[in-house]
Design a protein around this ligand. Sequence first.
Ligand code: G4P
Length: 288
Amino acid sequence: MAQIQWYPGHMQKAKREISEKLKVIDIVIELVDARAPYSSKNPMLNDIINNKPRLIVLTKKDMADEIVSKLWLDYYQQHYYVLSVNLKNFNEYQKIIEQCRVILKDKMAKEQARGMKPRAIRAMVLGIPNVGKSTFINKLASRKATVTGNKPGVTKSQQIIRVAKDFELFDTPGVLWPKFEDERIAKNIALIGSIKQDILPLDDLFIYAMQYLTIHYPKLLENRYQLTIDLNDEDWLIKTFDHIAKLRKIKPIRGETDYDRVMQLFFSEINNGTIGPISWEDPLCVKD
Ligand code: G4P
């Protein structure tokens, strides 16, 4: 997937575009990745959307650790409406729409009490790259949607689609920049595929991931790679590379283990979830 290199100009543009759309929507659906919900949240969203009603959706729950996801739901529920979903399962889409209806029930009732005609809820999907924004919009669009035509306040380049009798959505998501502020966050969002992994030194990312998995998910390493790492062994890293290369029959280069191939294989299996459900952080990591 093509990822944007974020510069201050890009951020300003994204902010401007979202602020424009905010004027005509009732609710923001903020997608974050359940494997790293804190790291995959845009740092400035509160400032950007102000007091607009918001639903936080933890996507990819099928790829995250269920117990840790429950902690995140409890954590965010203290301040926000929040859900976790697997966007590969279309049945779960209704949960999102239904929750938006619940959040906006009073607002819609008040409008009608003031004599306004019943109308559809209008939502916008936001999030950093790779959290499932296009999946969500495209699946709804291909199964249910009708384009609703010109609407006041909506420019021609943006389209509003009706995905249920009482629910409309912008057909393009708001793409937000990720947090950059610390190394741990950068590593987490690289591991979930929201920034290119090769922006960081790949061997650092590999060491970080292996150490984390050894501490938190040793069983997954054992099951997938028949690998048990002793972090006290000063040669653990070399042994790990050699072990995976041998296991997966990765050809040596001039007699040396092909470290790059091992890392590529490992990161792609991390990305697509074949190693098993992993959460890269829990709510204890939140400092602010
Ligand atoms: P974006 O618009 O926010 O950048 O994200 P996008 O929808 O492109 O989703 C990124 C990848 O994450 C896609 O995989 C998509 O299928 C996958 N995905 C989104 N939500 C979920 C989820 O809840 N569970 C799982 N398991 N995967 C999810 P891809 O490999 O890039 O594309 P595809 O081959 O699956 O279409």
